[in-house]
Write a protein that binds this ligand. Sequence first.
Ligand SMILES: Cc1cc2nc3c(=O)[nH]c(=O)nc-3n(C[C@H](O)[C@H](O)[C@H](O)COP(=O)(O)OP(=O)(O)OC[C@H]3O[C@@H](n4cnc5c(N)ncnc54)[C@H](O)[C@@H]3O)c2cc1C
Ligand SMILES: NC(=O)c1ccc[n+]([C@@H]2O[C@H](COP(=O)([O-])OP(=O)(O)OC[C@H]3O[C@@H](n4cnc5c(N)ncnc54)[C@H](O)[C@@H]3O)[C@@H](O)[C@H]2O)c1
Length: 634
Amino acid sequence: MKIIDRIKKGQEEGRPLFSFEYFSPKTAQGMVNLHDRIERMCYLGPEFIDITWGAGGSRPAATLEVVSNAQKVYGVETCMHLICTNNPTDKIDKALNEARACGNQNILALRGDPPHGQSEWSACEGGLNYGADLVRYIRKTHGDYFGIGVAGYPEKHPESATMEEDLKYLKEKIDAGADFIVTQLFFNVPMFLDWVKACRAYGINCPIIPGIMPIQAYASFKKNIVGVSVPEWILNGIEPIKNDDQAIRAFGVEVGIKMTLELIEGGVCGIHYYTFNLERSTRLILEGAGLVNKTDYIKKNMPWRSSFDEKRKEESVRPIFWANRQKSYISRTDNWDEFPNGRWGDSRSPAYGDLDRYGVYLKYTADEAIQNWGSPNDLEDICKLFVKYCHGETLTLPWSDQALALESGTIMDRLIELNSLGYLTINSQPAVNGAKSDDKIFGWGPKGGYVYQKAYLEFFVSPETLERLKQRMNKFPNFTYNAMNKTGDLHTNTNGSKPNAVTWGVFPGREVVQPTIVELASFDAWKDEAFALWDQWSKCYPQNSKPRNLLAEMGQSWYLVNIVNNDYHEKDGIFEIFKEDVLAQQAKAAVDAAVEQVSAQLQETDISVLKQEADTSSATTKIESIAVAEAVKA
Ligand SMILES: Cc1cc2nc3c(=O)[nH]c(=O)nc-3n(C[C@H](O)[C@H](O)[C@H](O)COP(=O)(O)OP(=O)(O)OC[C@H]3O[C@@H](n4cnc5c(N)ncnc54)[C@H](O)[C@@H]3O)c2cc1C
Ligand SMILES: NC(=O)c1ccc[n+]([C@@H]2O[C@H](COP(=O)([O-])OP(=O)(O)OC[C@H]3O[C@@H](n4cnc5c(N)ncnc54)[C@H](O)[C@@H]3O)[C@@H](O)[C@H]2O)c1
């Protein structure tokens, strides 16, 4: 059924609808668990769900797999996003035909952002220009079969010069045959309601569904508010609790409930929730706003819970005797992957690794990249850039969106040393042996706890340096490492893929929590993105230029390595493995300095004088002194 018909029915019945957005997961296990999650969330009663299309046209097969399963297996009305970026019309035809073949009848038609490394939008060869062109194309090729939604921007699209211009093109999309609008996320409800009035005044009369993002973690909140105005009360509420994931989620639910109620009050036809593939916050918002009935949900979805006594209903800890029945455990809890929001999360989670809804990519245009990172011509230039980043002289790298965290200050000198040696670091954490959870530098999680970390380093190295490192590894029995190049050539001493907890916390009255793990499956998924960033960075420079060739070649041949020192008592132990390089560098520096000193002295000494002096010495001494003097001068 078309979404527009569902919206009309909801409007006739006077009930506000709600819907969920998901993205296609990065790992195979994440995909399996997303299906479980979608199935469970269907019991909340969304009118439809939609699945994003990876930026730059990446992983269309994964999008289609989720669409197909949701539509066919769970029977939930599903809307597939489709973009023009990197999608010539033959690919668009293929996607539409496949969507149609699995019973899908709804498309969110989008232009997409400019391809990676490009600051301005241009269509690909054989592709379409704008969202409106895609709407027209779908209508031309499939008539009325699909219901079509388009994107709207309550704070205007960043490329539009004025709101007037933005509304003009929004209307063009509706006139081209779109049925409804879903908006970009926002936090200011009165501003949204004013924008709806402006749309109506402009003659845009179709249903407009506001899209809102439950705040579930500080990092993703920060990443997604670029260009979005956030009311003071939200900013003031979030900053003091930014290191306490549990408090952030609770606050996010509070914000979500308030916005939902205000929007319903403002007369919207429905609300679209950007779930980021997580479940709990969205469910709590819907319950808090009275849009779903908690008891009904538990009865339908978790019959085992409703038969428990009251005290056990909120259980989310895995009893020890379930240890070997992960699937039962996972599907019995709705928040197994939600608290606390770790650095990389768990690769089994559908939400794994995505702080951005449409995938990881270089956040800068080519001009900005060149301005930020210069034009490296050789390895030395690249090492210098990484060293500058560690010094705080440049605030980002392609792999690091933000300046070094406070905790990295404690190992900054060591990081500088490593980068100057050609170990290009992109992530790190120092060892911590029981800091208080409210510690200004290392603390996280609820108050009254203690937190721990194993030292961790992640860096790129040349194949030759990797070989040298591997040879040293057996002298460090507490170290585990994984290394992979772009093609997936793996070197490891981890013997299998068991997750290694590298950050954990002990808090009053709850189980030990381990937000960050290192494991092969997530490393494997991450490495594709890490190497894609070399490629995207290289494309910021003109073809055949030195920087372009250098960066492309490094992305092709270098390895991404992570090392964990499992003995978290050793504060600086992880750096011992690089000692030989440091000593060699120091020895080389000493020799260079000595040669420089001698040659400076010789500059002042005339060789002819030496020759004269030598004439008075024995023949052997004479030849030796002249040879030494000439060699040093050379
Ligand atoms: C609800 C929602 C879902 C999204 N899902 C995805 C997703 O799954 N994958 C993804 O990669 N991205 C997604 N995006 C991001 C979206 O692709 C970008 O915001 C993109 O930059 C604009 O897409 P659009 O369809 O709104 O573009 P358009 O409507 O084509 O507008 C883009 C810009 O061009 C201007 N414009 C339009 N027509 C013309 C014209 N004829 N002449 C000159 N200028 C014109 C507009 O004013 C605007 O500034 C989503 C955005 C939203 C709001
Ligand atoms: N190993 C894996 O399995 C895996 C999987 C996914 C992502 N990642 C990593 O996650 C990173 C982003 O995640 P995050 O949430 O941990 O970020 P974060 O900001 O929470 O933490 C990054 C930490 O690394 C430090 N750091 C940042 N840039 C650095 C650099 N260039 N050199 C040395 N230290 C640096 C920061 O100061 C901070 O302490 C990616 O860049 C990637 O390295 C790793």
